[in-house]
Design a protein around this ligand. Structure first.
Ligand code: DC
Length: 221
């Protein structure tokens, strides 16, 4: 039986992970969140000086395991899943992901997930670099203030933020900075693949976004 691969790329907070996870569930595919790999490496190397990361990469064995259908990320068999969703981890991930050696290090691992099973994989360079032959490529985006609002609401709900206007402006600034980092880096920058379909979720409810995505995927499979 053919394994299908769906590549979903896009900027911070476009809803990639929640929408991709739900689409994968409804399609019966595995959901692979590649950002978790960069986040885990960013946190793992957080205390290392800049130049020390590349020579030490091979000592950081990263892996994803799917436990009861939920993805967890490990570095040297230590579970990092609960440490990677903070604003600091986001920026560490964005910074470490600009290093070509880091991207190269994670490339085969990511490709391996799509070889043996049908996947919905999300990230920044899935359609352009990781899975250039993906069956469907979607570039998922939304207006920056709306993306910041969603990210902010998530962090307030988790208790990471208190819910002040100043915090919202910080989240918006971080998001703009991270988008800039991710889309201007020399190696595998965030950009739509030439053969991708852009889906803009501004103003959509979660369910509407999932419906649009599934319709787009089914039309192109
Ligand atoms: O999707 P995310 O916010 O969890 O990703 C965290 C950072 O990792 C993001 O700022 C850029 C980087 N990243 C990447 O460069 N390539 C990917 N395929 C996934 C994430």
């Amino acid at each position: 039986m053919k394994n299908y691969s769906i590549a979903i790329d896009g900027p911070v907070g476009a809803g990639k992970s929640t929408i991709a996870r739900e689409c994968a569930k409804r399609l019966g595919f595995i959901y692979v969140d590649t950002g978790a790999l960069y986040r885990a490496l960013g946190v793992y190397f957080a205390k290392e000086p800049d130049g020390a990361v590349e020579p030490c990469l091979s000592s950081a064995a990263v892996n994803l395991k799917f436990i009861d259908g939920v993805q967890r990320v490990f570095v040297n068999d230590v579970d990092y899943t609960d440490k990677i969703r903070t604003p600091q981890a986001s920026m560490l991930a964005s910074d470490i992901s600009a290093k070509p050696a880091v991207r190269e290090y994670l490339l085969e691992l990511q490709r391996g997930f799509a070889q043996t099973q049908s996947v919905v994989m999300d990230g920044r360079d899935i359609g352009t670099v990781v899975l250039p032959n993906a069956d469907v490529k979607i570039f998922l985006t939304a207006d920056p203030r709306e993306r910041a609002r969603r990210r902010y609401d998530e962090l307030v709900a988790k208790g990471t933020l208190n819910g002040t206007d100043a915090e919202f402006e910080d989240v918006l600034d971080d998001l703009i900075k991270r988008d800039h980092n991710d889309s201007t880096r020399a190696h595998a920058p965030l950009k739509p693949a030439d053969d991708s379909i852009t889906v803009n979720t501004t103003g959509n409810t979660f369910e509407q976004s999932v419906e649009v995505m599934l319709k787009t995927i089914r039309e192109h499979l």
